[in-house]
Each structure stands twice: as structure tokens, then as C-alpha cells.
Design a binder for this molecule. Structure first.
Ligand code: ATP
Ligand code: MG
Length: 330
């Protein structure tokens, strides 16, 4: 039994990359592990964001997690900003985080290009992420490929902190990533990782018609200019998606039809749209139910925050003692 923690930003709707790369593991790990899952709203404010919709996006993300199978009777589901200790521990860890390594983070370098004046929070994002995980002394973190580098930093911060403040018996475990076979799903543009912030996604709660409208213009093998040009399935993102949404015999058929130009890309996408819609239908149905039941969602997040706060407070007592802070009332 391991302590598991992971977070997802309410920076947009949960997409199939999140689901295949991380959320399916969130659900699977609930069997036999001690899991905490968090809607990391404080991460979603690094950079310009829409204030008016943040709360609603946060609630929606919690709904999507529940709809995807996060089970509040087996996992703690909560909102990051409801537990102030995340930010407190992030500050403490920032005092030992090497600037050079933060500057070398791929996500930082990518996202920093989108700003004229780069906010410090973008640079220290991985420190807050380390705090999220270490606050619960988690050992395992289900994530997509893009977060592996941040987790390396979390391990380094755990090691540094242990070496400085907890020499005899290391207080923080070194959290390990748990990756899925779909650790990096490409966006519909076929150019970059599917990302909420890039608008190249298919949401897990989208209706079949919306899924089709998004798949129809999606990038395929550029060699297939017309229906009669044969293609190479291995370089086509639509084929990659078939491997995650279609049964093995369909995947094989798709590959043959692509190589022989038996099908046009539209034929191939139609089959994918049908299979994807079918797989996502239960998530969509459940999310519609939950949207109509705000009391349940409120209750789940309230209970989750209470449990998380209790755990976080325990950790912070130990952290404060080891770092030598004056205990209140002492
Ligand atoms: P943003 O663009 O705002 O960063 P995002 O789509 O990257 O949003 P996050 O909330 O940052 O989503 O990540 C949630 C989880 O989903 C993380 O574990 C992340 O590694 C994983 N993930 C994100 N995008 C993908 C993807 N394209 N393929 C596989 N896993 C992904
Ligand atoms: Mg991301």
C-alpha cells in the first residue's frame, strides 16, 4: 500500500490526454493504495487567467474526476486552495530550490515564451508541485510524461530538505512517477502535446457530434494529400488515438487501409469518432448527473478538504519542528 498523490489544473476541461495519461491511473490506483487527488487551482493562476470562471472550472474539474471514476469512498478529492499548507510548504522548499534547475525545466522554457514579462510563479511552479506531493509524504505520483522532470525536482527537494533538516531518518519519501502506456498524447494539430491551454484537445465529456467536429479537421499523415495517396500509420496521430480507443482488430484494419489507401482519412476518423464517443459516454453521462447534483459535489470537496487539512497540519508540525521555528505558545 503506497501513498499516492496527483493533481490536475482547472485550466480548461479535462481532455483525453489527461485521461489516458494520468486519470485512468488515478482510478486504477485506488485499489489497494492510499490516494489523494487534487484540483490544483493555485497552479492554474500562473499567468493571465479568467477570474470570473476559475471557481466554476474548478468545480467542473472535480466533476470530471468523479465522472471518470475517482471514488470519494476510496480516495481523498479536494481543491488545493482549500488547504493553505500547500503554499506554506512551497515557500519553505523555495528556500532550498536551486534556481538554475528551475530555469532548465522544459515546461518553464515552453510556457515562458508566451509571456512578455515572465511571472515568478511560472518559474516556481515545480516547487509548489513538490510541496503538493511532499505535504502528504506521497511515494507515487500518476502523471503524464511532461511531468517526469518536475518529479525529478521534487525528489531532489526531498533529498535536500532531508539532508538539511532530517538527517537521522529521512522525513520525506522520494516520490516516483507512475506512467501509463499513453504518457504523451499529441494534440489534434499533430504538432504539440495535447494541452488544455493550447486548444488542441478533445474533452472527455464532449458530445459525439462535438467529438466528430473536432476529429474531422484533425492533422493526419501529411503524405495523404488525397484519398488515393497511401500513408504511414505510425506517424499519424489519428492512428495513435485508434490504438487507445479501438479494439485490436480495428487498429490492424486501420493500419492496412491507411498503407493501401483503401480508406481516406475521413473514413478512418469516422470509425475513431464512433469508438471514442462510445468509450467516453459513461463519463459524459455521469458528469451530466453530477452537474445536476451540486450538493454531492460540495459535500465531497468539503470532506476531502477537511481530511487533507488534517494530514497537511500533521506534516507541517513535523516540518516546523525540524526547521527550528518557535512553536506558538511555547
Ligand atoms: P495546461 O495546458 O494548462 O498545462 P494540461 O492539459 O497540460 O493543461 P495539466 O493539468 O497540466 O493538464 O496536467 C494534468 C495531468 O495530465 C498531468 O499528470 C499531466 O502530465 C497529464 N497530461 C497532460 N497532458 C497530457 C498529454 N497530452 N498526454 C498525456 N498526459 C498528459
Ligand atoms: Mg500541463
Amino acid at each position: 500500500m503506497a501513498r499516492v498523490f496527483s493533481g490536475i489544473q482547472p485550466s480548461g476541461e479535462m481532455h483525453i490526454g489527461n485521461w489516458l495519461g494520468a486519470i485512468q491511473n488515478y482510478v486504477a490506483l485506488q485499489d489497494g493504495n492510499d490516494c489523494l487527488y487534487c484540483v490544483v487551482d493555485q497552479h492554474a493562476i500562473t499567468g493571465a487567467y479568467e477570474v470570473a470562471t476559475l471557481a466554476e472550472r474548478t468545480r467542473e474539474m472535480a466533476i470530471s474526476l468523479l465522472a471518470a471514476g475517482v471514488d470519494p469512498s476510496r480516495a481523498v478529492l479536494f481543491v488545493q486552495s482549500h488547504v493553505p499548507e500547500h503554499a506554506t510548504l512551497a515557500w519553505l522548499l523555495a528556500t532550498i530550490a536551486p534556481l538554475g534547475e528551475l530555469e532548465r525545466m522544459t515546461q518553464y522554457k515552453d510556457k515562458a515564451q508566451r509571456f512578455e514579462s515572465v511571472p515568478t510563479g511560472l518559474l516556481t511552479y515545480p516547487v509548489l508541485m513538490a510541496a503538493d506531493i511532499l505535504l502528504y509524504r506521497a511515494e507515487a505520483v500518476p502523471v503524464g510524461d511532461d511531468q517526469v522532470q518536475h518529479l525529478e525536482l521534487a525528489r531532489e527537494l526531498a533529498r535536500r530538505w532531508n539532508a538539511a533538516f532530517s538527517r537521522e531518518s529521512p522525513f520525506f519519501p522520494e516520490p516516483q512517477p507512475i506512467l501509463s502506456p499513453a504518457k504523451r498524447i499529441m494534440g489534434l494539430d499533430g504538432q504539440s502535446k495535447m494541452s488544455k491551454s493550447l486548444g488542441n484537445t478533445i474533452g472527455v465529456t464532449e458530445a459525439p457530434e462535438a467529438i466528430w467536429q473536432k476529429l474531422r479537421p484533425a492533422m493526419t499523415d501529411p503524405a495523404r494529400k488525397t484519398k488515393t495517396d497511401p500513408g504511414t500509420p505510425e506517424i499519424c496521430n489519428i492512428y495513435a488515438l485508434h490504438r487507445h480507443f479501438s479494439p485490436p482488430e480495428t487498429v490492424e484494419h486501420v493500419a492496412t487501409q491507411c498503407r493501401s489507401a483503401g480508406w481516406g482519412c475521413i473514413d478512418c476518423k469516422k470509425v475513431l469518432a464512433t469508438n471514442m464517443s462510445e468509450r467516453l459516454a459513461p463519463i459524459r453521462d455521469r458528469s451530466l448527473e453530477l452537474r445536476g447534483d451540486p450538493d454531492t459535489v460540495r459535500q465531497v470537496l468539503g470532506d476531502g478538504a477537511a481530511t487533507a487539512r488534517r494530514m497537511a497540519a500533521e506534516t507541517m508540525v513535523e516540518v516546523s519542528n525540524r526547521m527550528g521555528f518557535l512553536v506558538e505558545g511555547a
